[in-house]
Design a protein around this ligand. Structure first.
Ligand code: ADP
Ligand code: ZN
Ligand code: ZN
Length: 737
């Protein structure tokens, strides 16, 4: 670390990780001017912050006395040029503070000011006793056997073990036996892969025609282009990625693969590792800060060949990147929902453009934005129509709930179908997008509903903990014995959540195991992986889950999938609800019959005649999505118009409405743009705060950009908002456009 006290004193503009989009002036003595982007530690109020040098200042110095940089942390900036440009572009495009974008793009330890150097991590290793065990003697304990085999060659990180499906329980058992131990050590430098004579560990499948066309089209791209690879689940998209990656790796270039949160299964990772004799690294939220930093360094220095990661991995620097893949491009987890609100897919496209390399977007259910780009030929459109490897297409069935006896959300017909499947030894997967026991607690005498004191929302009943919980603000209380209005003791739960479904299934099918996978049941670290493994291994005939289960998991034994309640999406106020339903339905359908068994998807609804449902079932997602796109065009909704939502919230309603009205008055009269509101948010009060919004509607992206740039400084200068220093109001561009 250099002390900043020799050479000439210069003044710099420094970006700080604070909400306001401005730079701050600091003085620093140095022989040479500091390069753009280097980290400096600076005093700010009572705190020390890590900031990023934007430029040497040449404007009029301020009249107040400037502070000096406390220390200069880097000689050169941490990011290669493309990432630094990407950071700057994102700050402009999303109208977000440069310092905050820069911080978000770095691993936590670098954000805090640590040096970009490898650190020791926690590893699991075999003890002498463990080494002496004969692996074959462990036949009865397959998982222990798996760990011993994995550790035979070298110690592994906790996350490496998680990646291959090892649970904490197994590790604990082995530790108790004294066969494995925990060690603190630096990660071994991966051997260089660029000069290997062959990068392939094993040959891929022989491609079908559509796959072969896709691979060769991707590999023919000499410069930047975006390709949409559209194919139903199981149609062989991953195989296409793998084969398209091969020549890139053989040229010594790296590949970045983005996956949705919890979308990457141990099986998929295993496929990458088995195919290529080159280092594959992962970046995801389950890693320790040290692991993250080390992996980031591996990518930056070219030690890693394939970098697989979730949303924020889009900013991972690479020595030489040759291809980007965004798997399940429609997935909502690519969108950061608070703070720096960005869309990783859109940033990936920008990055590929900056590097002049191809990018592949893969999905069975492409987003309407992406589809529109494919229709208008901005993207190459590659289609895989068949399921690869002989798996059969899925059958569909509608159950009209109107004429049915229903128990805990399950109709009589469905109950019978479940019975048939589990008797055959197959698995059944039931989806219900509502966790908890019941979505409301009601008085049987007067109809009073228990409502959260801080939100415009009802409490959800959680029986396991004997609690009412608000799913919007997290507040909790004991389940009351009496009605809050008339005092009657006759309180009943209303509606069905996953907890109740699990309960009822156990009653309906006595002696059959039920596994529930939702946010409540998987809170403990490692539990989700454990459950997914159990589901895959056919340890439970009945699986109950929320949306969480819809993503790319591969359950070979599932033959029946049912969506219990989708009617909410048919009449939603959100114009994206139909698209989401189409995606959910299709993704869920992809969970049925993946291997050699035929699969069926059942949809329960009170509106079987609804156009959306009919289109989806009879014509498939592609057709459905193109119809939806045409409707968006008719009603001038995205991607045919460009929206931005200004939101404000405060504990006092009047000041929010007043602030919103003031913002509205700042809006200039322009052709091609208008502002709707102020109007209350869908849930007006949340966690004790009133929320209002204004919707900016523009004919072009450029106009939207200009208007926001015009409005923002004025908004931030409003006396009513000023004291909140940018924290009070948020702007979100509605989704990926
Ligand atoms: P997706 O990523 O679209 O879900 P995958 O690439 O995982 O599809 O392929 C589904 C299954 O089909 C996998 O088990 C894969 O090994 C197999 N597969 C893919 N392509 C072929 C092929 N050309 N021939 C035979 N099997 C294939
Ligand atoms: Zn009552
Ligand atoms: Zn609440």
């Amino acid at each position: 670390m250099k002390q900043a006290n020799t050479g000439n004193e210069r003044r710099y503009k420094v970006a700080l990780p604070l909400p306001l989009r401005q730079t701050y002036d600091y003085l620093c003595k140095s022989a040479e001017p500091l390069p753009q982007g280097v980290r400096v530690r600076v005093p700010f109020g009572q705190r020390q912050l890590v900031g990023y040098v934007v430029t040497e200042a040449n404007d009029e110095p301020p009249t107040f006395e400037l502070k000096s940089v406390s220390s200069v942390l880097d000689e050169q900036r941490l990011w290669p040029d493309d990432i630094w440009q990407l950071v700057r572009w994102s700050s402009d495009y999303y109208h977000h503070s440069l310092g905050d974008v820069a911080a978000n793009s770095l691993p936590v330890l670098l954000r805090k000011g640590d040096a970009p150097e490898y650190l020791t991590e926690t590893f699991y290793a075999l003890t002498d006793l463990g080494l002496a065990q004969s692996i074959n003697d462990l036949k009865g304990a397959a998982r222990q056997q798996q760990v011993l085999a994995a550790l035979k060659h070298k110690p592994l990180r906790r996350s490496d073990l998680t990646d291959i499906g090892v649970t904490s329980a197994v590790l604990r058992t082995l530790q108790d036996k004294g066969w494995i131990e925990v060690r603190e050590q630096a990660p071994a430098k991966p051997q260089s892969w660029q000069q290997k004579p062959s990068i392939l560990r094993e040959q891929g499948h022989e491609l079908n025609t559509e796959q072969a066309v896709a691979v060769s089209t991707i590999n023919q791209q000499q410069r930047h282009s975006t390709l949409l690879l559209e194919g139903v689940t199981g149609s062989g998209k991953t195989e296409v990625y793998l084969q398209a990656m091969q020549p890139v790796l053989e040229r010594g270039e790296q590949v970045l693969v983005l996956v949705p949160e919890i979308g990457l299964t141990p099986q998929t990772l295993q496929r990458f590792k088995e195919r290529f004799d080159a280092p594959v690294v992962m970046l995801h939220s389950g890693m320790s800060d040290r692991e993250r930093l080390n992996t980031w360094l591996d990518a930056k220095h070219g030690h890693a060949a394939i970098i697989i990661g979730t949303r924020s991995a889009v900013f991972t620097p690479c020595q030489k990147l040759g291809l980007i893949v965004v798997d399940e491009e429609h997935d909502l987890s690519y969108k950061q929902q608070d703070g720096f609100r960005y869309h990783a897919r859109d940033i990936a496209i920008k990055r590929a453009a900056l590097l002049n390399i191809p990018l592949v977007l893969g999905s069975a259910t492409a987003s309407l934005e992406t589809l529109n780009n494919a229709v208008s030929k901005r993207f190459h459109w590659l289609k895989l129509g068949q399921r690869a490897g002989g798996a059969q297409m899925v059958k569909h069935e509608l159950i009209d709930l109107k004429q049915q006896p229903i128990k805990a959300g399950i109709s009589k017909i469905l109950q019978e179908q479940i019975q048939v499947e589990i008797e055959r030894g197959n698995q059944v997967l039931l989806f219900l997008n509502r966790r908890g026991f019941a979505p409301a607690l009601m008085c049987h005498e007067c109809g009073w509903l228990a409502q959260c004191h801080r939100c415009d929302a009802y409490y959800t009943v959680h029986k396991t903990h004997q609690q009412l919980q608000c799913h919007h603000c997290g507040s909790q209380q004991r389940i009351p014995r009496q009605c809050g209005s008339c005092g009657s003791p006759q309180m009943i739960s209303h509606g069905v959540g996953t907890e109740q479904l699990e309960h009822s299934l156990k009653e309906m099918f006595p002696g059959r195991g039920v596994l529930r996978i939702d946010r409540d049941s998987t809170r403990r670290k490692g539990q989700l992986d454990d459950y997914l493994q159990k589901a895959t291994n056919n340890e439970y005939p009945l699986l109950v889950g929320t949306q969480m289960l819809a993503k790319g998991h591969h359950f070979p034994n599932v033959t029946l999938v049912a969506l219990l309640d989708v009617d909410g999406a048919l009449y939603s106020a959100d114009f994206r609800a139909a698209e989401r339903l189409g995606q959910l339905y299709t993704q869920v359908a992809g969970r049925a019959g993946r291997e050699h068994k035929a699969g069926k998807v059942v949809l329960q609804t009170h509106h079987p005649e609804h156009d959306l449902i009919q289109d989806l079932l009879n014509n498939g997602y592609s057709h459905f999505a193109l119809t939806a796109l045409a409707e968006r065009q008719q009603s001038e909704l995205p991607p045919f118009s460009y929206l931005a939502l200004f939101r404000a919230e405060a504990t006092d309603r009047d000041s929010v409405v007043q602030a919103m009205t003031q913002i509205q008055q700042l809006m200039p009269q322009v052709d091609g743009a208008f502002l709707l509101g102020p109007m209350p948010a869908l849930m007006e009060r949340k966690a004790g705060r009133y929320r209002y919004q204004l919707l900016l509607h523009c004919q072009s992206r450029k106009l939207r950009f200009q208007l926001i740039e015009h409005l923002l400084p004025q908004i931030n200068a409003l006396p009513l908002l000023k004291k909140y220093a940018g924290r009070w109001i948020s702007i979100r561009k509605t989704s990926a456009d």
